[in-house]
Each structure stands twice: as structure tokens, then as C-alpha cells.
Design a protein around this ligand. Sequence first.
Ligand SMILES: [Zn+2]
Length: 420
Amino acid sequence: MRRYGRTDKKRGRKLFLGLLAVLVLAAGFYAVLPSRLNAPAGGGAVSEGARVSRPAGAPASSAAGAPSQQAPSGDVSITVLGAGDDLIHSRIYKQAQQRAGGKGYDFTPVYARVAGRIRAADVAVVNQETVLAGRVLPPSNYPLFNSPTQVGDALVGAGFDVINHANNHILDMGEKGIRATLDYWDTKPVKVVGAYRSDADLENIRIVTAKGIRTAHIGVTEMTNGRYLPKNSQYRLIYAKDTALIQRLIKKAKSMADVVVVSVHWGTEDTYTLTQSQKTLAQQMVDWGADIIFGNHPHVVQKLTLLTRASDGAKCPVAFALGNFVSAQLYGRNLVSGLLTVTMTKSGRTGKTSYSGMKFTPIVTHYGAGFSGITIYPFSEYTDALAKSHGVRARTKDFSRAFVQKIIDGSVPKQYQELS
Ligand SMILES: [Zn+2]
């Protein structure tokens, strides 16, 4: 099994730090050398000039989404990426089974074209729409989904660090499904939010630290398709209507971390129109202390915006819905999605971490005739020739690059779109 996600990301970080140390040593050597040997006045000025090129406390030089870096002033930036619904229809797992030659499943190619972008983020979050109880129950399709655990292997390989299970399908296989899913994730180097083993587990706020910046994660869902945990169940979910609980958990998370990220499952399927509940809860969560909200569930890309926190004026990105990260859905609108990369910068001067930019990378789920070869493409690599060959054109006849761009333009302000 190819495993290269987190380990390589860590290896990459180590390599980067090593190179950085070499560069710093070299720079120090060259800065000192001339002043010692023959430049009593000028030598040191070069390095000093470089050091003060940006005022202390100014936001990191990076525009939204540029590789995170440590700025000379001591500011540190990280990127937090959110993806949409990982919605594993039977066609996706049947193809994965064929690829594996009948022995297990290989989902890696589904994510291969976007994995580089996900691994490049310091912290990456995805909504796993289906339970991964494939070791104890057979895989199944809509309306009661169950997926092979190899889906999780591919997500880890693609670079995800946080998996959200707060969604309307978490109870599709009952408590048995939750238990098997959490047991599987316990063997992986990821944090799971949105489905908890107990009250104590729910209170254990998941933290992922990158470059010394602590990000806290919470998963909330509006609905569980009319299915509920048994009265005596130890398992816990966070429902959107439990606003007192959400407020308390966000405040607790805020006290433990620099950045609070909420994954929330809400809204109405197949519409770009936000519900009043979405709008109200988004503003409430921001006011309680949420810094980034990754919304999902509607299967289409809904509005991306910045909300302002009343207490401190902080700008907080809210993606009301990122669309289907992958699916075998039937219509063009359901195959358009995006990866949202938010840059958060910790000020070396104040120690406070705040939003400093975001980019939305549109993606397209492609399949051929008869739903063959389901794969996610970055929109920047998606050609009109591919769009012409898309199996979805049997139902969405005008599916094209222009069709995709129109959807993105309808929900994502131009300045946040990353199109190349
Ligand atoms: Zn959903």
C-alpha cells in the first residue's frame, strides 16, 4: 500500500527546516564575513536592511494561499484547507475494487490529481459523508451508505489531517457503523470530529498544531436523516439545534487554540439559496469564536464570504457549502466543487492569530460514459475536450468549462478564485 501523505508532509517539513537552517547559517556567515575582513561599516547593513524590509506586525507577505512561511518580523502563517463531501457511491467503490484486481480496493487515483494541493496545506479537513464500516458490514449505496475503509487510506494518502463525520449519513449503519468507523480511524494519523464515543470524547477538543499554531476542530450537523442514536447510547453527535452546547465547545476550543475550525453540515440540497438557519448559525458561531467555517451538505457550491465577529472585528471565512468533493451524482451542478485554502497568520508582535487571505480552487469530478473512471480534476487542468467527453452530458447537455465557471462566479467572489 502506498503511504505517502502525512509521513512525507512531515519529512518535507523536516527537509524544509533543515534547508532553512543551512540558509540561515550561510546568510549569517556571509553577513559577518565582509564586516570582519574588510568592511567595518557596510557589511552588517546588508543583513540588517533585509531584516527590516517589512514593518513588524504587518501581515505575512504572502497573498492568499501562497506557501506558508515565517516572515522576518516573527509572523508565522499556516494554511488550513477545507474540502467538500466525500460521497462514495457504489460506482466509486466498484471501480476501486476493479482497480485492485478483486483484492480489496484502490481509491488512490480518484484523488491523485488534487492530492498535491491537499498535502501542501498545513492542516486539511474533509467531510467524510459515508461511514467506513467496510470491515464489519458490506459496502452499500444510497440511501444507507457504507464504504470500504480503503477510502480512508486514500484520504490519509491525499494529505487530510482532520476527518469530519458530523453529517446526515453518520447513522446509516447505526451504532455498529460508528464504532467500526472510529475503530478504523484510531489506526490512522488523523483527528476525527463530529462523531464521538462518549461525553468525555466529545469534550476532548481535537487540536492539530502546525508551526506552533494550534488549530481546534469541531463537527456539527443539522440533521441525521430522521435516524437517531438509541436513548441509552454512549455515542454523541453535535446537532445544530444544540446551540448552548456549540457555544460552550467553541469557547472551550478558543481557550485551547489559536484558530477554531467548525465543520458544519446544513442547508438544503441542490440549491444555491441559503436557509435562514445557515445564516443565523454562521454568524452565531463566528461571534462565539469560530475563525473558519467549512459548510457542506447541499451538493452544490454555495456562497463563500467573510463574516465579521462582533466582539473584535475579526474577519472569518465561511464557505456555506463546498459541494461534493467526489460523487457519482447525476447532474453537472453536483460535480462542481472547490478546495478552500485559508491563510492564518500569528503576529510575532501580539501573538494573536488572524485571517490573512483565502483562495478557492475550483475542482470538477469527471467521469466518462456510464460513470466510468470517476476522478477529481483541478478546474485549471480541466479542458473543454474533457468536458465534452463527460458522461454527465447525457443529462446536463451544456456541461463545459463555461458551465463550471458560471457556477463558481455565482458563489465565489472573483478575488478568491484560483483559476491557474
Ligand atoms: Zn450530507
